[in-house]
Ligand binder design. Structure first.
Ligand SMILES: Cc1cc2nc3c(=O)[nH]c(=O)nc-3n(C[C@H](O)[C@H](O)[C@H](O)COP(=O)(O)OP(=O)(O)OC[C@H]3O[C@@H](n4cnc5c(N)ncnc54)[C@H](O)[C@@H]3O)c2cc1C
Length: 564
């Protein structure tokens, strides 16, 4: 969708013909209808009135298949944010239809890079992806420009200097991004620059597309999935090719107006010496997808639960940064489906598709309920009396809780920047239900460590684990020993990440029943809390909180927590 004027709503035929769009420089159209508009012969509103003009446009729209709104030599700046690729990028493909002269832009946003929820590994991966993107632009015949600072300051400065025909970008769901984009849109439009915010490139279905029967956003995954799955999905769009970039003198102007050489993560103060779970850039992401779709996906349903097995795609970081297009991923799953020979294989593929839908569900709810980013959704958890034991929190962060499966998971996170999904659920349950600590502490720590750290998915995962979110199931408490028994029965994962435990018998590692003497001998800590005791305590506090809330809400006439 394209936006023109200051209207934040999707372009409709009504706001398309608002006085703003008619008196502005040029009319802008939804691309599905953007065909053959002759600006020179545009009738004025005064002469014809809005409804006549609408008719005129509709006639012209069906008459021809070309556009002269843009000259092919017009400069279009494409601002990349979480779409660090040139293939299967909806906004970029649409820009390409209008011009040959496409120049990429990325802003090293100081608000994000200096935030307290940034991860060294994530920045390292991102900077590698930018390097790869820069090479892709070069190969295609153009450049990726880099600016640094506050986007609403540095981008208008560069735009003023280069005076492009338009600035394009793809939409985002996060509250910060939405606000930033709105400000920038207004600033650029005030400069007379056309801003074209394109589709929901990062999603198969936009948050404006999937609603309940009563036209409300879904708050429960099950019915969301059914609706989402029932809709047809778009194919990947064309790769950016054969373009031109800035001339030498234009590049000089850009340099005088804020563009810099692409720094390394180290230059920015982020030093990651470990390996990355996936090499940066579109090519490694595509290779990973190809390999996964040809093999592991066929056993995904079963294997994805075992942290000691390579049973998942490990595509979360490429998906977070849009290093691979979501339509490309979907297409690979559909091809695997078509090639599958049994219903069993199809069930595995379907489970993987369900995970992709979880990703979209969490982005949709973040878009519609931005307050999720601030804390608990359910009332019972809004003023929950979380404990404040920072020693416990520190032990959890460092993988020294004395619970082998929890410690293995936290050490995997600290050492690699990634953690298996099963373990994310185990450690999140442990933090909130065993240590009775605020899920926001864990949520932030994850953001400080994860290569795939993503507000929507991370917040969704934490709210789910803490039982504070939209999930209708009231209480979910994981027993670390039962989880280990079920999903790491041979303690392979525990041994991999907690080396001091390697020599112990599997049964002790899985159950966690290691004698104090043994623990002392190998330098492994005593359990910092007793799971059974803490579980009872948590339930007690939860019960009190719920009852208290009931009394309070009955007292002031409001409804008590509906999910409880
Ligand atoms: C407490 C907690 C925090 C989490 N934080 C994040 C996060 O910051 N970023 C993130 O991408 N995922 C997060 N997840 C979801 C999930 O753990 C990861 O997406 C997954 O482990 C990534 O590995 P993979 O790519 O091999 O996943 P696969 O199993 O191969 O799944 C394929 C893709 O589907 C998406 N996906 C899978 N499961 C989920 C899910 N539960 N929610 C949302 N998307 C999902 C991811 O994009 C993933 O890459 C979190 C889960 C929990 C319980």
């Amino acid at each position: 969708m394209i936006k023109n004027g200051q209207d934040a709503h999707p372009t409709t035929w009504d706001n398309l013909f608002s006085p703003n769009s008619l008196t502005g420089t040029k009319p802008v159209f939804p691309h599905s209808r953007r065909v053959g508009l002759h600006e020179q012969s545009l009738p004025t509103q005064a002469k014809f009135g809005a409804s006549l003009i609408k008719k005129w446009y509709s006639l012209k729209l069906v008459q021809t298949n070309q556009t002269d709104t843009y000259e092919m030599s017009d400069l279009i700046l494409f601002w990349h944010r979480r779409d660090l690729r040139i293939a299967d990028n909806t906004g970029l493909a649409k820009a390409r239809q209008l011009s040959n002269k496409i120049v990429g832009l990325f802003c090293l946003d100081s608000h994000i890079l200096q935030g307290d929820d940034i991860a060294t590994v994530r920045v390292t991966y991102m900077m590698g992806c930018l390097q790869a993107l820069q090479q892709q632009y070069k190969k295609a015949g153009s450049q990726l420009l880099i600016v640094q600072g506050n986007p609403v300051k540095v981008i208008p400065q560069l735009v003023t200097a280069l005076n492009p025909k338009a600035v394009f970008w793809n939409w985002d769901v996060e509250p910060y991004a939405k606000k930033r984009d709105r400000i920038l849109l207004e600033l650029l439009q005030a400069q007379g620059i056309q801003v074209i915010e394109q589709n929901w490139d990062q999603l198969l279905h936009s948050p404006e597309e999937i609603f309940t029967g009563t036209n409300k956003p879904y708050t429960v995954y099950g019915p969301f999935w059914k609706n989402w799955m029932g809709k047809s999905k778009a194919n990947p769009v064309d790769k950016l090719e054969n373009i031109t970039g800035l001339t030498v003198s234009e590049l000089e102007v850009a340099g005088q107006n804020g563009t810099i050489e692409l720094p390394t993560a180290k230059d920015l103060g982020f030093v990651w010496d470990g390996e990355l779970i996936i090499a940066p850039g579109e090519t490694p992401a595509r290779e990973r997808l190809k390999e996964f779709a040809a093999g592991v996906i066929n056993e995904y349903q079963e294997q994805r639960n075992f942290p000691g097995v390579e049973g998942t795609s490990k595509l979360s970081a490429p998906l977070k940064f849009g290093v691979i297009g979501i339509r490309t991923v979907w297409q690979a799953t559909m091809e695997a489906w078509e090639n599958s020979r049994s219903e069993e294989t199809q069930a595995n593929i379907r489970t993987y598709q369900q995970e992709l839908a979880w990703r979209e569900f969490y982005q949709h709810v973040m878009y519609h309920f931005p307050e999720l980013a601030e804390g608990a959704y359910r009332d019972t958890f809004k003023n929950f009396p979380w404990e404040t034991n920072t020693d416990h929190f520190q032990a959890w962060c460092e993988g020294r809780t004395g619970y082998p499966i929890v410690d293995a998971a936290m050490r995997q996170l600290n050492e690699t920047g990634w953690m298996h999904n099963r373990c994310r659920m185990i450690v999140a349950s442990f933090l909130t239900k065993d240590l009775i600590l605020n899920p926001q502490w864990g949520e932030k720590y994850f953001m400080q460590k994860l290569i795939d750290g993503d507000l929507s998915a991370n917040n969704g995962g934490w709210q789910w684990s803490a039982s504070s979110g939209m999930d209708p199931k009231p209480l979910r408490i994981f027993n670390p020993a039962s989880q280990a028994k079920k999903f790491d029965a041979e303690a392979e994962y525990i041994r991999q990440w907690v080396p001091e435990l390697r020599s112990l018998d599997t049964q002790y590692l899985v159950s966690g029943k290691i004698s104090p003497l043994e623990r002392h001998g190998i330098g492994y800590p005593e359990p910092i809390v007793d799971h059974n005791l803490q579980q009872r305590r948590f339930k007690e506090v939860y019960g009190q909180q719920k009852n208290g809330q009931r009394w309070a809400t009955v007292g002031n006439g409001l409804k008590a927590d509906e999910n409880g």
